[in-house]
Design a protein around this ligand. Structure first.
Ligand SMILES: Nc1nc2c(ncn2[C@@H]2O[C@H](COP(=O)(O)OP(=O)(O)OP(=O)(O)O)[C@@H](O)[C@H]2O)c(=O)[nH]1
Length: 215
């Protein structure tokens, strides 16, 4: 979790506003459409001739869920092997990870396992990390069956799966929303687990009663 503290001076009133940023990393082979997914989600644009990413790039976007506003900080990484040393230092501190392949490119699907391992190792997280598997380019002819992708997700910890097209804007917002919901569920479960059943008040109960009587 990256915490963003904003200090504002308003007349004589000093206000401390604290907003939380949720870090999302998009991984997958070069050319599967990671940059296009990020750009479609953040700017609602599509670039037919998107260049290969070198290292990493990130964009922020605010998103509403359950009456709360979250800021997603989306990290688009370079999928080409030669940029491995430039992307892996940015995995740490991630809250979510999109494992992306292209449904017209079977090798990119086969490589999901490699991407998951790389992320778990460099982000130093457990294998039950909230991954979301994204099959992009559904506007093209399919060469990876949906059932095959779903089976892989089931066998790898029941990971959620969604199919998208950055080109025709299919499910792009839904995939980031799905990711955020998954993360928010995990967070609220963790909070419940760490919340004590009883609250210890300072001082004894009788002293507090005495105090309120005298006032
Ligand atoms: N038809 C179609 N093409 C897409 C889609 N998404 C991306 N592309 C195209 O695929 C190519 C690669 O897209 P990028 O977003 O640059 O791929 P990337 O995964 O970021 O690639 P690296 O930066 O090398 O890791 C570009 O020519 C895009 O226009 C999609 O949903 N449908």
């Amino acid at each position: 979790m990256v915490k963003c503290i904003t200090l504002r001076w308003f007349g004589h009133l000093e206000r401390l506003a604290e907003s939380e940023m949720t870090k999302v990393v998009i991984l997958g082979d070069g050319g599967v459409g990671k940059s296009c997914l990020m750009n479609r989600f953040v700017t609602d644009r599509f670039d037919e001739h998107s260049f290969h990413t070198i290292g990493v790039e990130f964009l922020n976007k605010e998103i509403e869920l359950g009456g709360e506003t979250y800021t997603l900080q989306i990290w688009d990484t370079a999928g080409q092997e030669r940029f491995k040393s430039l992307r892996t230092p940015f995995y740490r501190g991630s809250d979510m990870c999109l494992l992306t392949f292209s449904i017209d490119d079977p090798p990119s699907f086969k490589n999901l396992e490699m991407w998951r391992k790389e992320f778990v190792y460099y982000a130093d997280v457990k294998a039950d990390f909230p991954f979301l598997v994204v099959g992009n380019k559904v506007d093209l002819e399919r060469r990876v069956e949906r059932e095959e992708a779903e089976a892989w997700c089931r066998e790898n910890g029941d990971l959620p799966y969604i199919e998208t097209s950055a080109k025709i804007a299919t499910n792009v917002e839904a995939s980031f929303m799905m990711c955020l919901k998954r993360w928010a569920n995990i967070e609220s479960n963790q909070e419940r687990l760490t919340m004590p059943d009883t609250v210890q008040l300072d001082g004894g109960g009788s002293d507090r009663r005495l105090c309120s009587c005298s006032s």
